[in-house]
Design a protein around this ligand. Structure first.
Ligand SMILES: *Cc1c(COP(=O)(O)O)cnc(C)c1O
Length: 451
């Protein structure tokens, strides 16, 4: 065996198989992959191994190229039953929202152009009217996400001033969003009042003085305090704020526009309720219970919203055109009173139990194994902690559940399932109809291999 037995780069480049790689991956990357394989082969020969055959070497280069270019951000099938799954990208978009994104991505658009007058327009104009019509607020402003919305509000309204927050609302949600830290970042000074379980209106009142810039109420989101608890209502905070001329910011987190109670869930605080209670400003996410793209939505009093709009930070947290297109389409569903029919997360929340049972029964029939059992889905996305929706699960008793779910994660597209009582559970509620065939194919293949 000698190094001379190895083909040269030049010779490999003549081969048909490499021509395919060149066409698929371009010259620089293909060369890099082939040189890497030749290098590895030389090392192997020096260790006394025999040189790889030419086709083996080229195949290895192809695998390297595939691995280099494989996108790690890819669609998955969510069979967990957690509807707004933050790790799995929160809300899938409606057909109209997807279409709107593609249209705006494909050509030039009126992003900042006023067609009627032929002059520069504002990107906000596409959304603000929809939001004010939908919620009845005086004004609206959209930013990149709700964390940015809260940061912008705190910075523009309370920098170098004090912000009063109840100790029961100093929350941390996933991904490192913590009220005390966002406060520090904004340059506002946090003034904590009350206790973890009980905060009274007079606690807020006692903390007010000339440096107070804002009263903040933050939705508990992903936890629940039960037992001997109290917090003033938003309306009471608004009254207090009015007496001292201090604005009230309500960070709603999920921000439902529809009442979750009509679907057998607890009542998630609604955007409309915060406005009715008189909040100066309400902040919520675009991709939680709204069911749209990642965005932070701010609505409220015009004088306050205008302050935010004019702050230099607003430019740094502005949404892109794809987000605006998808958000406008999503809001339109609410205006047309078709949100439950058109927005995936509301379809999932509203899915009747009989329909879920019929789906899981079909899965068992098609797979020829497994069992249909009753279970629970959750809403997720920092809303309705401890609340569940009754569902019908496919339960698979397999010898090695952990190995099985790891096979599922390597399917194409990957399937995310959960294990309970040593069984693999799949919830039809969060499996999109158009992904059902892929799911059954993956399950069929893995079941036949791991028998
Ligand atoms: C989710 C949440 C946020 C952050 O919203 P993002 O859209 O994820 O940035 C802020 N505040 C509360 C109360 C939340 O629940």
């Amino acid at each position: 065996m000698s190094l001379r037995d190895l083909p040269s780069v030049e010779r490999l480049l003549q081969s048909e198989a490499v021509a395919e790689l060149l066409a698929a991956y371009g010259r620089p990357l293909t060369l890099e992959a082939i040189r890497g394989q030749l290098e590895a082969a030389r090392d192997a020969i020096r260790e006394g191994e025999s040189p790889p055959k030419e086709d083996v070497l080229i195949e290895a280069a192809r695998e390297t190229l595939e691995a280099w270019l494989a996108s790690t951000l890819q669609p998955v099938i969510n069979a967990t039953g957690v509807i707004i799954h933050t790790n799995l990208g929160r809300a899938p978009l409606s057909k109209a929202a997807r279409h709107a994104m593609i249209e705006v991505a494909t050509s030039y658009s009126t992003l900042e152009y006023n067609l009627e007058r032929g002059v520069r327009g504002k990107r906000e104009d596409h959304i603000d009217d929809l939001l004010t019509r939908l919620t009845g607020s005086e004004a609206a402003f959209v930013v990149n996400n709700n964390a940015a919305a809260v940061l912008l509000a705190l910075t523009s309204l309370a920098r170098r001033k004090e912000v009063i927050v109840s100790r029961s609302q100093l929350i941390e949600i996933g991904g490192g969003f913590r009220i005390p830290e966002i406060m520090k970042q904004s340059g506002a000074k946090l003034v904590e009042v009350g206790t973890t379980n009980r905060t009274h209106l007079h606690d807020y009142e006692a903390a007010i003085h000339e440096r107070t810039g804002l009263i903040l109420r933050a939705h508990h989101s992903n936890f629940k305090i039960i037992g001997f608890t109290t917090e003033p209502t938003l309306a009471e905070l608004v009254d207090l704020g009015k007496r001292f001329d201090i604005p009230v910011l309500d960070d709603l987190g999920s921000g439902a526009l529809l009442d979750t109670a009509q679907f057998g869930l607890g009542h998630e605080p609604m955007v409309q309720e915060s406005l009715q209670a008189g909040a100066s400003l309400v902040a919520f996410s675009g991709d939680k219970l709204l069911g749209g793209p990642q965005a932070g939505i701010l609505i409220g009093k015009k004088s306050i919203v205008d302050k935010l709009r004019r702050h230099p930070l607003a430019r740094a947290v502005r949404p892109d055109k794809l987000c605006l297109a998808a958000l406008a389409a999503t809001l339109t569903h609410y205006l047309k009173d078709e949100a439950v029919q058109q927005i995936p997360i509301w379809q999932m929340i509203a899915a009747p139990l009989e329909q879920l049972r019929s789906r899981s029964e079909t899965w068992v029939e098609r797979l020829g194994q497994g069992e249909v059992i009753s279970g629970h889905s959750t809403v997720g996305g920092g809303s309705l902690p401890e609340e569940t929706l009754p569902t019908s699960l496919l339960a698979l008793s397999v010898r090695y559940p952990n190995a099985f779910t790891s096979h599922l994660r390597r399917a194409d597209p990957p399937v995310i399932a959960r294990i309970e009582d040593d069984r693999v559970m799949l919830d039809p509620r969060t499996v999109l109809m158009e992904q059902e065939e892929d799911l059954l194919r993956a399950l069929g293949t893995i079941l036949s291999k791991t028998r």
